[in-house]
Write a protein of this length. Structure first.
Length: 129
């Protein structure tokens, strides 16, 4: 997806959100997400635990949505958003840790370790942008 495409989808997502159309906003935002064409073994092994985290995140996002719809105080909404951010960071840290154990430190081959490290570096760069 080119930079202009990303800008278009972000703008579309924001406009839809501002107009109260949260379904379109989610769809526009989700269209940016790229899923690798392979499954990581640790995500399969820990699938239930990871899915539970994602479901909690989903519930927290729905709480933010309800608070906005109810026109709650901005301080309350900011606290909800902070909890979402913490949950996303926790999920990210868990996935990074599992990636390092499974795809970097867990391989005997130097080439596979380097490949896993390079992949992780790219992921962290995207995450920190």
């Amino acid at each position: 997806m080119s930079v202009s495409d990303k800008t278009h989808w972000r703008a579309r997502s924001f406009v839809a959100w501002r107009q109260g159309n949260t379904a379109t906003a989610r769809l526009a935002w989700a269209s940016e997400i790229r899923v690798p064409p392979y499954a990581m073994s640790h995500t399969i092994r820990d699938q239930e635990k990871l899915l539970a985290r994602v479901r909690r995140l989903k519930g927290q996002m729905e709480a933010v949505e309800r608070a906005l719809e109810a026109r709650q105080a901005c301080g309350d909404i900011l606290n909800l958003v902070a909890s979402v951010r913490g949950a996303v960071n926790g999920l990210t840290i868990e996935l990074i840790e599992d990636h390092i154990r499974g795809h970097v430190a867990g391989h005997e081959s130097q080439g596979e370790r380097e490949e896993g490290a390079a992949e992780l570096i790219e992921i962290v760069r995207r995450y920190l942008k």
